[in-house]
Each structure stands twice: as structure tokens, then as C-alpha cells.
Ligand binder design. Structure first.
Ligand code: FUB
Length: 346
């Protein structure tokens, strides 16, 4: 009896790749792309189809360092899917670094948006002074090719743009990343190259991601960027020393039943965490982590609704086992009846 119960438990543990709403999830997500390395998938639904805007990882033979020099990407591909479990189509190079006149190196995590007949690709890349800036490129097609504006978005800095259009049509960009993402270098409002690792004292408020309203033309910021404040349930800001909960990089915004869900990576502690608010500007109340560490240094995600279900796109290093050669995946995102996110165990 004991042995058979034990065998059943072992079998269930092997079959279930996650438990959601008490339901065993049995499908182990597979890399969506197997001929290139892809990461940081920003997924959107345009015209009833899923479009994915990832980073395109390459082996550039740059030694690994704390500033992410080994992530030396040079172009973007766009992918589409008619269905979550359907074929993934590669639409080829959508934008190449050689076609961005001001770019120096390292094309990192992009995002995309649509407004009034035009698709916008937002991308962080270091300029010729090695400072991350945000570029924007346009196309009449969601798959590009995209034509870059001749200069970065004025006032832009750091990495990981996540562009969210609210139900009233207003578009916001959330962005930022510490360490290699350079957010700490802008702590005083001006770029300070010396602030390589200075993230503030452990008992001071953590550095915040930024949020900014986009102009109607989608090419410029409509206001100075503001802090995305994350507070705990007592109204206190998360502290710099709170590595399990504070913002590191990889912001995403989605709205569910009128609530704004700001989700992000905790970086060096490797979780995905989220905080909620009644306003796109926050402050956001920390709710918890919702994804445990993946294989690889960290993950970067997006959340999208498609045909009445919610999905999370993310990456790990299943294919290569190497930090800088990642592969994107998708799985269903489950919620509890109160809207809180179920924990994902990759
Ligand atoms: O892909 C380069 C960087 O790695 C991204 O900008 C971060 O979010 C992390 O995924």
C-alpha cells in the first residue's frame, strides 16, 4: 500500500510540471525557436495573431562580465504564431544595428506597439559613448522591416522598454535595469559613469523602474520619466537590500479587471515578482513572486491575453546551457479567483 501510494506520488510529480488552481499542468514548455538563440520575448496580439519581439542572442566571444558585455546582440527577428501550440514563423531580420546610425553595440530586449496604422519597435542599444539609450523604429507591418529614427528618443536611458497602451488609448513606457542596464548611473538625474555598482545603501529605498507617457506620435516622451514606486502592504518602499523583492530589470505591465499589474525580474535572486495598483503610475503594492528561477542567470518575461486565456512568454537556457545563449518559451499564466498570480515552477 505504502509503495503504491509512493509510486503514484512520484508519477504525479514527474507528470505535473506545475500545479495551477489545484490542477496538474502536464505540458512541459519547449523552446519556441530552435535554429537561433532568442531571449526577452515581448509578445503582443495584433489582428488576432501573436507576434513575438525577442532579443537575438549570438556567440560573440566576449568574455562574461557583471555589465553583461557578453550579451552583444546585433539584430532583431520578429516571430508570429496563429495559435499558442501552433507553428512559429520567423519573419527574418526586422532591424539590424548597422541601420541605426547612432548605435554602438548591444541590442538588448525590445518591445513593440501599434497605433493608427503604424507599428513601433522600441529597442535599447548603447550609443557610441557606451551609454544605453532607447531607439524607436517604424513599419507598416508588425513583422517589419523597421526603419529606425535617426536619433534615440530624447531623454531616454537604461534598458528593457515595455510599452503598454491603456484602455483609454494612452500609451506608457516602463523601463530600466540596474547593473549592466545602467539605471544606477542616472540616480541623480544626470549620467554618472562612476556609479557602476552603487545601488544605494541596503536600508534606503531601492532604485525604481521608470514610467513615462508617450506622445501621441509614439516617437517621443510626453513628460519627464517618473519612478515606479513599489511599496509593501504597510505602505513602506521596498529597500535596496531586499534583493528577493526589489526591482532589478525586465518590467512588464498588464491590466486585469481594471487593476494594473507591474511585473519584473528580481535579477540576482532570479525571481519574477509583481505589484499592483489602481493607476498606471502606481504606487504599486508588492504582491509576491510568481515564477521561480529558470535555468540560466535570470529570465525576462511578457504577459498577454489570447483567445480568453493569459500566457507568459519567458526564456531559459535549456538548449545551450550558456547564460548568453537563451531560448524563448511560453506557458499559460494561471490566477486565483481574487486575481492574484499562481506560482510557476519552471
Ligand atoms: O538580453 C539582455 C538583457 O538580459 C536584457 O535587457 C535583460 O532584461 C536580461 O534579460
Amino acid at each position: 500500500m505504502f509503495t503504491s501510494t509512493k509510486s503514484i506520488l512520484v508519477a504525479v510529480a514527474l507528470i505535473c510540471v506545475g500545479i495551477s488552481n489545484g490542477i496538474c499542468q502536464t505540458t512541459k514548455p519547449k523552446p519556441l525557436v530552435t535554429d537561433l538563440y532568442t531571449a526577452d520575448p515581448s509578445a503582443h496580439v495584433f489582428n488576432g495573431k501573436i507576434y513575438i519581439y525577442p532579443s537575438h542572442d549570438i556567440e560573440a566571444n566576449v568574455p562574461e562580465d557583471d555589465e553583461g558585455g557578453h550579451f552583444n546582440m546585433r539584430d532583431y527577428h520578429v516571430y508570429s504564431m496563429d495559435n499558442i501550440n501552433g507553428k512559429v514563423t520567423d519573419h527574418g531580420v526586422a532591424l539590424d544595428i548597422k541601420d541605426v546610425p547612432w548605435a554602438g553595440r548591444q541590442m538588448w530586449a525590445p518591445d513593440a506597439a501599434y497605433k493608427n496604422g503604424t507599428y513601433y519597435l522600441y529597442f535599447p542599444v548603447k550609443d557610441k559613448n557606451d551609454v544605453f539609450r532607447m531607439g524607436v523604429a517604424t513599419s507598416k507591418s508588425p513583422t517589419g522591416p523597421f526603419k529606425a529614427q535617426p536619433a534615440p528618443i530624447p531623454g531616454s536611458y537604461s534598458i528593457d522598454p515595455a510599452v503598454f497602451t491603456d484602455t483609454d488609448g494612452t500609451t506608457y513606457m516602463y523601463f530600466g535595469g540596474i547593473w549592466g542596464g545602467q539605471l544606477q548611473r542616472w540616480a541623480t538625474g544626470k549620467y554618472n559613469k562612476a556609479l557602476k555598482t552603487d545601488l544605494g545603501k541596503d536600508n534606503e529605498p531601492a532604485l525604481s523602474a521608470k514610467v513615462v507617457r508617450m506622445n501621441k506620435n509614439m516617437l517621443t516622451f510626453d513628460e519627464p520619466a517618473k519612478d515606479v514606486k513599489i511599496i509593501d502592504k504597510n505602505g513602506k518602499p521596498l529597500l535596496a537590500g531586499d534583493h528577493d523583492r526589489r526591482f532589478f530589470e525586465g518590467a512588464w505591465m498588464h491590466k486585469y479587471k481594471g487593476k494594473y499589474y507591474f511585473s519584473y525580474s528580481t535579477g540576482d535572486t532570479h525571481f519574477l515578482a509583481y505589484a499592483t495598483s489602481n493607476s498606471p503610475y502606481g504606487p504599486f503594492t508588492y504582491q509576491g513572486t510568481f515564477m521561480k528561477p529558470v535555468t540560466g542567470w535570470t529570465t525576462h518575461h511578457s504577459i498577454v491575453e489570447f483567445k480568453g486565456k493569459w500566457y507568459i512568454f519567458y526564456h531559459d537556457v535549456e538548449r545551450s546551457g550558456k547564460t548568453h545563449l537563451r531560448n524563448i518559451k511560453v506557458r499559460e499564466l494561471m490566477r486565483k479567483p481574487d486575481g492574484s498570480l499562481e506560482m510557476i515552477t519552471p
